[in-house]
Design a protein around this ligand. Structure first.
Ligand code: WTA
Length: 640
């Protein structure tokens, strides 16, 4: 493809300028050259950010699975599409060819149909990283059902909230999952969730850990026997360009999780284009992204982006520490991985361990390294560059979001000189702006501001499922005519971007976005808790740890604080999942509040960070005395 494989920085600027001067022509060329369409579009782009409404390739008809699978069959039927690397290294890896993937997806799609699922129906997928997960996504897409994957580390309550929000008719799950040397009872969690979900009529269960589980008559069915008897061909449903492809929930700073809705054509074009360019993907490469498909990274860059390019993509069921901290590198050596994409939190965790874990393996196949999910600190960047890439594999620090669908800021390997902690330059078609708090664009270099995008790109989320007003309020109201990312950024002297972090009440812990409000709501459910507030504090491995300030009711005051801390974390685990547990809990008699009753998180953040010299003006608070009391009782973050 003409716009693919930008070879040097000059060419990047040429391509970028072209993409900005005439975005429609730019994306039309990409769409024309690389994909199969059942019907061509009438119009490349139609948009109005004030509504907001965005339509790409309107009038076009297609099916994304034909582009991800069928299209490759004439030339690549026997090529491996998916390598499944199990949790246990002694279990053999599974190589699924494009023709096998075709058959698996068709059979699965026929099973969905036999259970009454059709175009537009929502299907919730709650599966571990086993092949059925990727196949389930594609099977939904094959028949036009809208998948909504929920990360299989979320609790029953969190799962139920998501199922109810999108009114899923079906849940696809497994009897259980492996995680290092543990097993997790997934089906039990689903059963618990479904006690409060009226919309679900069918549960399909994949067998993974082979344990006794309860099957509810009339609702639950094992997947394997259904697949065995299903027809191995399933015609692809004809989809309109803007038909929904999937919903994926992301945490907001307030309220319930937001079901970001992604649509078909633009998402496909953009994820395929960015995959190929940002990873310098070439035929024969073996690509591995360590994310879980429960997150957007897995959707776009384990499943859709790689498969749309006819690539070989690895699905890893395990964790970086099992059976030891050499697992990632063992897998790189075993499958001769060429592109490796992971999160800074994983790099930091591995960098703490003995270097022998890295040096015992042959990593010479690696050509490009990637990171995503949170800012990468300089130390971790160098460790990755020196020890994993041996200074030969460029690091692509990719900035993007569930909402953006695909990568937005990233170096192009071998073209953009990298700079530690900088995501560098916007990808073609991405028009960024930094805004000041008054809403004016900050121009020039060596400036900072709130990161916005001024022009539509094909894979942007189109709405929040069932709540367009919230979509508008969250992303299009802070600044006129621009999408607001919620992140702060600075632009250096050559125009490189560095993401400085969230400017709202979302805290990124180990690469997972956590809204403060839902965690506080969970804590406040504890009978002894009156009120609470959460802030993030820097943490060596996780990036941020959670520091909670908790006010007890009178009934809680005589109680043992360590027991209360355990109970509070137990409630959080039940409501959200173990990822949201607090590292530090400080009991306090009050919280600093404005006269209108708003909690002053800025002050709480500074106290947690031990920045006591510049707390700012506290005299206007409703209760200035409380600040002294909180400082006196401050807990030192001594988290593991
Ligand atoms: C943060 C993940 C710095 C950012 C694809 C963003 C990053 C949020 C980077 C989205 C990066 C992601 N450098 N920060 N390279 N990548 N972020 O929705 O704050 O899980 O808004 O999408 O992660 O997280 P999400």
């Amino acid at each position: 493809m003409s716009n693919y494989h930008i070879k040097n920085l000059e060419e990047y600027y040429q391509v970028y300028r072209k993409s900005v001067r005439n975005p429609e022509l730019f994306w039309e060329e990409v769409a024309e050259e690389h994909f199969v369409w059942k019907k061509r579009w009438d119009r490349v782009l139609d948009y109005d950010f004030s509504k907001p409404e965005v339509k790409w390739f309107e009038g076009a008809q297609l099916n994304i699975t034909e582009n991800c699978i069928d299209r490759h069959l004439p030339s690549k039927a026997d090529k491996t599409a998916i390598i499944f690397e199990p949790n246990n290294p002694d279990e053999p890896a599974l190589h699924i060819s494009y023709s096998e993937l075709h058959e698996r997806v068709c059979k699965f799609a026929n099973v969905l149909k036999s259970k009454g699922i059709g175009k537009g129906d929502r299907v919730c997928i709650y599966l571990p990283m086993i092949p059925e997960l990727a196949v389930a996504l594609l099977a939904c897409a094959r028949i036009g059902a809208v998948h909504s994957v929920v990360f299989a580390g979320f609790s029953a309550t969190a799962l139920a909230t998501r199922i109810n929000d999108c009114e899923a008719k079906m849940v696809i799950t497994a009897d259980g999952s492996f995680r290092g040397n543990k097993t997790i009872d997934l089906k039990g969690i689903v059963d618990e969730a479904l006690t409060t979900c009226g919309s679900v009529t069918t549960v399909l269960v994949a067998k993974r850990i082979d344990t006794e589980i309860l099957m509810e008559e009339g609702r639950d069915a094992w997947l394997a026997p259904l697949l065995e008897t299903a027809e191995s061909d399933c015609p692809a449903e004809i989809m309109e360009a803007e038909d929904p492809l999937f919903i994926l929930y992301t945490s907001g700073s307030t309220g319930s999780p937001k079901g970001m809705l992604h649509t078909t054509a633009g998402y496909m074009v953009y994820t395929a284009y960015t995959f190929k360019n940002v990873f310098n993907y070439k035929d024969g490469d073996i690509y591995w992204c360590t994310a879980d498909i429960g997150w957007i990274t897995g959707h776009s860059y384990i499943v859709y982006g790689p498969l749309a390019n006819g690539a070989t993509t690895v699905m890893f069921e395990g964790v970086p520490s099992y059976p030891d901290y050499g697992r990632f590198w063992e897998v790189v050596q075993k499958h001769k991985i060429t592109q490796f994409y992971t999160a800074p939190t994983a790099i930091r965790a591995l960098a703490k361990e003995n270097l022998e874990f890295v040096n015992s393996y042959d990593l010479s196949s690696l050509k490009v390294l990637g990171t995503v999910g949170e800012p990468i600190n300089e130390e971790a960047w160098h460790w990755y560059n020196d020890n994993v890439g041996k200074k030969k594999a460029p690091i692509v620090d990719t900035w993007w979001q569930t909402e953006t669908g695909g990568m937005m800021i990233s170096p192009i390997p071998f073209a953009t000189p990298t700079k530690p902690t900088y995501a560098t330059l916007p990808l073609p078609g991405v028009q960024l702006a930094l805004m000041d708090e008054q809403g004016n664009e900050v121009v020039g270099n060596q400036v900072d501001g709130r990161l916005c995008v001024k022009f539509p790109w094909p894979s942007m989320a189109r709405t929040i499922w069932g709540n367009h007003q919230r979509y508008k309020d969250t992303y299009f109201s802070a600044f006129d005519n621009a999408y607001f990312t919620g992140d702060g950024a600075l632009r250096d002297e050559v125009g490189y971007y560095r993401i400085t972090g969230r400017v709202d009440d979302v805290i990124i812990v180990s690469g997972h976005n956590l809204g403060t409000a839902p965690i506080e709501d969970a804590i406040n459910e504890h009978p002894a808790v009156a009120e609470s507030a959460i802030v993030g504090v820097p943490h060596d491995i996780k990036g941020n740890a959670l520091y909670g300030y908790v006010i007890l009711k009178e009934t809680g005051e005589g109680r043992n604080h360590d027991n209360l801390r355990k109970e509070i974390n137990q409630i959080i685990t039940e409501h959200i999942g173990p990822i949201a547990k607090l590292d530090i809990i400080q009991f306090t008699p009050g919280l600093p509040k404005t006269r209108s009753g708003k909690i002053m998180r800025r002050i709480l953040r500074k106290i947690a960070h031990n920045e006591l010299d510049n707390l700012g003006d506290i005299s206007t608070l409703l209760n200035p005395d409380i600040v002294e009391a909180i400082i006196r009782e401050r807990m030192t973050p001594s988290v593991p």
